[in-house]
Write a protein that binds this ligand. Structure first.
Ligand code: SF4
Length: 500
C-alpha cells in the first residue's frame, strides 16, 4: 500500500491490518445500512472536471453526534470521480474498492457491496475522537486517491436521512441493473481470458475468485467487463487476466488456465475449479456472496437463499447466516455454493448439475426477484417457505408437482442422465448406489448409466444401506467428528485365514 498523504490528522489509525476487523454488537456505537436499514454505495464518473470540487464532503442527515448509541440508521455513500483515464466502465471497479479502503479504518467495519452494505462504528472509535462521518468520508477519499492515482478529483456525499437514502437508492438500483445487463450477451466461449480478483483474500486467504462472462463475481459487484477494465487501468491491483488455456470440460466450465490459477491463488489448497458446477469442484466462496445455495440430499435437489432475505429458515432448518458460515472463508465446499444474483441469468447456471432442473426450493423474496430468470416451466415446481416448512413437506411437494429430481434429471447440455430420481422406494436405493457406482462409472440397477464423473453427495445412511457389505470408501471432508468412547477388539481370524 502506498503511504497516503494526509492533509489532516484523523483520530483513528488507518492501516491495512484492520481489514477484516469485526465490530461486535456489544462494542458498537451505531450500525449503518445492514439487514435492518436501507443503504448503498455508488461511484459515478463525472466527465467535466469543473463540476467536481476535489476532497469536498457533503453530509445529508444526522451525524454521529446526533445518533443514539446502539441505533441503526440508513446510510448512502456516493462518490463522484474525475480522471483523464477514467471511463464509465470503471465506476463499479472503483466502487468495489470502497470495501477494501474502508476496511483500513480502525473501529469501522464495512461489509458487502452495492445496496447490501453493512457498516458498524465502534464505541472505541468515538472514544478516540471520531466525531463525524465527514472524517470517514475524507479518510476514504485520501485512500482512494493514494491507491488509485488515475483518480484526479473526487468528492463524496454521505446520506443518513432515510427519505433521501430511499430516493437515491431507486436511482442507484437502475444503475446497478444497467451494469448487469451489459454482460448478458457475451459468453465464456467468446473470450480468451477470464479475470481473477484477490480483493477478498485479506479475510479468505484461499479464495479463488474467477470472473467469466457467464459467471459474474459472487459479490455481484464485478462482471467480466468491469474486471477487464480494472486489470487494464490498475495492473498491480487485485484484478488480473487468467488466460483460459484448454477447455477440459465445456459443461462444467473447467479450463487448464483456471486450474493453474486455482493452485497459484489458493497456495495449492485447490487444484481444480469447475465454474458451472455445484456438486463437484465448485467455485470457492469468500464471505461476500449475494446468495447461498445448499444441497438437500433427501430430495437430491438444491435450495437458494439470499443475504437480506426476510425468510427466517430454509427447509433444512438453517437461516442464511448459518449456511453462509458453512460456505464462506474461501473454501471449496461440495454441496454449498455462494453466487452473485446475476448468475441465475446465465445460460450456464450450474449446468453441470442439471441447471434449473435441480432447483427445488428458493426463498420467496429471491424467487420473486429473479422471476424473469426462471424458465416458466419450472416456476410452479420450485417450492418456497410458503409451500413447505421442512424436508418432508418438500419431498411431498416435489412429488405432487412431478419435479424432475423425483424421476431423474437428464442434463440438457448433453442429454446425459445425471440422477436416477427417488419416486419409488427402489429408486431411493438406486440413487444411493449411484454414489458408489458413479465413482467407477458402473451401470446402475434398472439400466440407467449415470455420468461417471458426477459425485453428488449421498446421505450416509443411504450409502450404508446400499453398500450391502461390499467394500466402500467414505471420504469425510471438513467434518467435525466427536467420539465419546472407542472399544478396540481383536478380530478373530476367519477359517480361511487360519488355513493360510
Ligand atoms: S467476491 Fe470476488 S470479485 Fe468480489 S470483491 Fe471479493 S474477491 Fe473480488
Amino acid at each position: 500500500m502506498a503511504e497516503p498523504e494526509m492533509d489532516e490528522e484523523f483520530p483513528f489509525d488507518i492501516n491495512p491490518m484492520y481489514e477484516g476487523e469485526r465490530v461486535r454488537k456489544a462494542g458498537m456505537y451505531v450500525e449503518l445500512g445492514g439487514p435492518n436499514s436501507p443503504g448503498f454505495e455508488l461511484v459515478l464518473f463525472e466527465p467535466d472536471p469543473e463540476k467536481i470540487t476535489d476532497g469536498k464532503v457533503t453530509l445529508i442527515g444526522p451525524d454521529l453526534s446526533e445518533m443514539e448509541e446502539g441505533g441503526q440508521y440508513p446510510y448512502a455513500m456516493i462518490y463522484r470521480v474525475y480522471g483523464e483515464q477514467i471511463e464509465k466502465d470503471l465506476e463499479p471497479v472503483i466502487e468495489r474498492r470502497n470495501h477494501e479502503f474502508q476496511g483500513y479504518l480502525q473501529g469501522y467495519m464495512h461489509l458487502n457491496q452495492r445496496s447490501e452494505i453493512w457498516v458498524r462504528i465502534s464505541k472505541d472509535a468515538l472514544k478516540k475522537g471520531l466525531k463525524s462521518l465527514s472524517q470517514i468520508a475524507k479518510a476514504s477519499i485520501t485512500l482512494f486517491k493514494a491507491e488509485l492515482p488515475f483518480i484526479e478529483k473526487m468528492e463524496a456525499t454521505y446520506i443518513t436521512d432515510e427519505a433521501e437514502v430511499l430516493k437515491r437508492l431507486e436511482e442507484a438500483n437502475k444503475i446497478y441493473e444497467a451494469r448487469d445487463l451489459r454482460v448478458r450477451d457475451i459468453h465464456d466461449e467468446d473470450v480468451d481470458e477470464f479475470y481473477q480478483c484477490t480483493l477478498c483474500q485479506s479475510f479468505a486467504p484461499t479464495n479463488v475468485c474467477v470472473v467469466s462472462p457467464d459467471r459474474t463475481a459472487l459479490c455481484g459487484a464485478m462482471n467480466w467487463f468491469d474486471s477487464r477494465a480494472a486489470a487494464r487501468v490498475d495492473p498491480e491491483g487485485p484484478n488480473a487476466p487468467i488466460p483460459k488455456g484448454a477447455c477440459i470440460d465445456p459443461i462444467g466450465g473447467e479450463y487448464t488456465g483456471v486450474n493453474e490459477a486455482a493452485v497459484k491463488l489458493s497456495g495449492g489448497e485447490f487444484t481444480a475449479i469447475k465454474l458451472h458446477s455445484f456438486l463437484e469442484r465448485p467455485h470457492t466462496s469468500c464471505g461476500c456472496f449475494e446468495v447461498a445455495g445448499f444441497y438437500i440430499p433427501e430430495v437430491d435437489g438444491i435450495g437458494w437463499v439470499h443475504r437480506g432475505s426476510r425468510v427466517a429458515d430454509t427447509p433444512i432448518g438453517l437461516p442464511f447466516s448459518s449456511i453462509a458460515s458453512s460456505v464462506g472463508g474461501g473454501k471449496q465446499v461440495e454441496g454449498f455454493l455462494g453466487i452473485g444474483i446475476q448468475y441465475f441469468y446465465s445460460p450456464k447456471f450450474i449446468q453441470y448439475d442439471g441447471g434449473w432442473q435441480r432447483v427445488v426450493w428458493m426463498a420467496s423474496d429471491l424467487k420473486e426477484r429473479v422471476k424473469d430468470a426462471i424458465p416458466p416451466e419450472f416456476w410452479d415446481k420450485i417450492a418456497t417457505e410458503e409451500d413447505v416448512k421442512n424436508v418432508n413437506e418438500l419431498r411431498d411437494f416435489l412429488r405432487d408437482v412431478e419435479h424432475p429430481v423425483m424421476t431423474g434429471v437428464v442434463r440438457a447440455a448433453d442429454g446425459v442422465q445425471i440422477t436416477n430420481g427417488w419416486a419409488a422406494p427402489a429408486a431411493v436405493a438406486a440413487v444411493a448406489e449411484a454414489g458408489v457406482a458413479r465413482a467407477a462409472g458402473a451401470e446402475l440397477p434398472g439400466g440407467a448409466l449415470l455420468a461417471a464423473e458426477t459425485r453428488s453427495p449421498v446421505p450416509l445412511a443411504h450409502l450404508l444401506q446400499a453398500g450391502g457389505g461390499s467394500p466402500m470408501t467414505i471420504v469425510l471432508k471438513d467434518a467435525d467428528i466427536r467420539i465419546g468412547k472407542i472399544i478396540i477388539k481383536k478380530r478373530e481370524a476367519s477359517s480361511r485365514e487360519r488355513d493360510l
